[in-house]
Design a protein around this ligand. Structure first.
Ligand code: ZN
Length: 497
């Protein structure tokens, strides 16, 4: 498999350090607000990588963190921790805020069929590991303590290493750009230095004891400390959104280099941003759309509601390293594409193969080539748009066979079924949400009928306590039960919108 390594700026053959094991770390969400489309893009991009590596036979340990300690982030002007601000506004404990938004994130990612990572560590659960790393950096001479805060000396680091190698920045330019910026941050030796540990102000609720006084870890530290804890000092892949390259990932590299003596990983992968009419989607521009709004249609920029699978399909239609421009037209096209894809899957299941005509033999060769092309596209830095274009060639083959124009041989039909099972379902993680709801309704009906049968048995043996209990418990779930004069039982489900 070939992947584009952001660090070397070229495509490289992926060779894990300890095959068949692969360790991958991806920066997860900061849980002080609802997930938006950008969160979905990052999670889905690395979900494809996770699924593809698994499909290729690797044993993957996928670590994705939850940032729940509250950070000033790079927005020092705001002066207030975002998580704390939210807690204050909503009159909640900071950990309550973190829990609410962690659950929301999980719900949305589950709806998008994003597989959960192998380990999902929280920053607040790894304070000791972070303190240990800060101490190592101080001991190595690259961290300095001022007024209960600890900073990383980027200037000293830069005499030996290239701070900026990942994002293509030069320390001289960084210093020049930050020279006038020192106001208010004058306890740092240099404006480019970043915090490893921050002294907690009296009003700061999330605080932990440390050798340097009460405080909280710096923004970049948790990923270095938790990556090391679960994946070792050096692992295979580190991923995240492109906006995290600088200063977050750049600083992670510096921390690991000093604490461990080498960089944290071999391959860096970054997904690109989502744009609206060419502008980056973001809260500050007022064009950020929450995921839930997509599913309900509740945003002025949305012409209608889109199912989670439509959103997933839409995201996969662009390569993860390209920008993805949001538009209703593109989402509506994705909705149609998804339907066409799964209609073809259904057609394929009902087709009778024809092994006797010459056309059928020709199509067997075509189907094999298509399968090869789909995997070649995925192998080439997860080129999902190209893979999907070939899937629609498969759709055309299936539809032509269905129309009786060009029959499929048994082998061709099997190859195409393999594409749907392995690529569409397993790797791309797409599913027919129409079918899913029909299947779920079937299960619900079956379960209620079963419970009603048990109630009938209880009644017949004059166990009225049991039969009443069944009726009452069903009613609590909104299912009302009615015995008819004819001796049958009917039920009605609660009304949902
Ligand atoms: Zn991170």
């Amino acid at each position: 498999m070939i992947i584009y390594n952001t660090l070397t700026r070229r495509k490289e053959l992926f060779e894990p350090l300890h095959p068949p094991y692969v360790g991958m770390y991806v920066c997860g969400p900061t849980v002080y607000g609802d997930p938006h489309l950008g969160h979905a893009r990052s999670a889905i991009s690395f979900d494809i990588l996770f699924r593809y590596l698994l499909e290729r036979g690797y044993k993957v340990r996928y670590v994705r963190n939850i940032t729940d300690v509250g950070h000033l982030e790079n927005d020092a002007d705001e002066g207030e921790d975002k998580l704390l601000k939210k807690a204050r506004l909503e009159a909640l404990e900071p950990m309550e805020v973190a829990k609410i938004y962690t659950d929301r994130y999980h719900d949305m990612m589950d709806a998008l069929n994003v597989r959960r990572p192998s380990i999902e560590p929280t920053a607040s659960g790894h304070i000791m590991e972070q303190i240990e790393m800060v101490q190592q950096i101080i001991d190595a001479g690259y961290g300095y303590v001022i007024n209960g805060s600890v900073y990383f000396d980027v200037v000293k680091y830069s005499t030996q290493h290239h701070y900026g190698a990942l994002s293509g920045r030069e320390i001289d330019k960084l210093l020049a750009a930050t020279r006038d910026n020192l106001e208010g941050q004058d306890e740092k030796r240099n404006a480019v230095d970043f915090a490893l540990w921050k002294r907690a102000q009296p009003e700061h609720i999330m605080r932990w004891r440390s050798p340097w006084g009460e405080g909280f870890p710096g923004w970049h530290l948790e990923c270095s400390a938790m990556g090391r804890k679960y994946l070792g000092e050096q692992f295979d892949i580190h991923g995240g959104g492109m906006d995290l390259q600088f200063p977050h990932h750049e600083s992670e590299i510096a921390q690991s280099q000093i604490a461990n003596g080498h960089p944290p990983c071999r391959y860096w992968m970054h997904n690109n941003m989502i744009t609206v009419n060419g502008q980056k989607m973001g809260k500050s521009l007022g064009n950020s759309i929450m995921l839930e709004a997509f599913f309900t249609g509740g945003h002025p920029l949305l012409a209608q509601a889109y199912s989670p699978m439509t959103v997933r399909f839409f995201i996969l239609q662009a390569h993860y390293r390209s920008t993805l421009d949001f538009s209703n037209d593109a989402l509506q096209a994705a909705e149609k594409g998804l339907r066409r894809l799964f209609d073809a899957a259904k057609t394929l299941a009902s087709l009778t193969p024809d092994d006797h005509s010459a056309v059928a033999n020709k199509n067997a060769a075509l189907a094999d080539t298509l399968v090869e092309k789909v995997y070649a596209a995925l192998d080439d830095d997860l080129n999902t748009p190209v893979a999907m274009a070939h899937l629609f060639d498969a759709v055309r083959l299936i539809n032509a066979a269905h129309d009786g124009k060009e029959p499929l041989s048994t082998a061709a039909a099997a190859a195409l079924r393999g594409l749907f099972d392995d690529v569409v379902t397993q790797i791309l993680g797409l599913r027919d949400d129409r079918q899913a709801s029909a299947a779920a309704a079937n299960v619900i009906d079956g379960v209620i009928r079963l419970v009603l049968d048990l109630r009938a048995v209880a009644k017949a043996s004059r166990d009225f306590a049991a039969s009443d209990r069944i009726r009452d418990e069903l009613l609590k779930l909104g299912v009302s039960v009615k015995d008819t004069k004819e001796g049958t039982t009917e039920y009605t489900l609660p009304v949902t919108d």
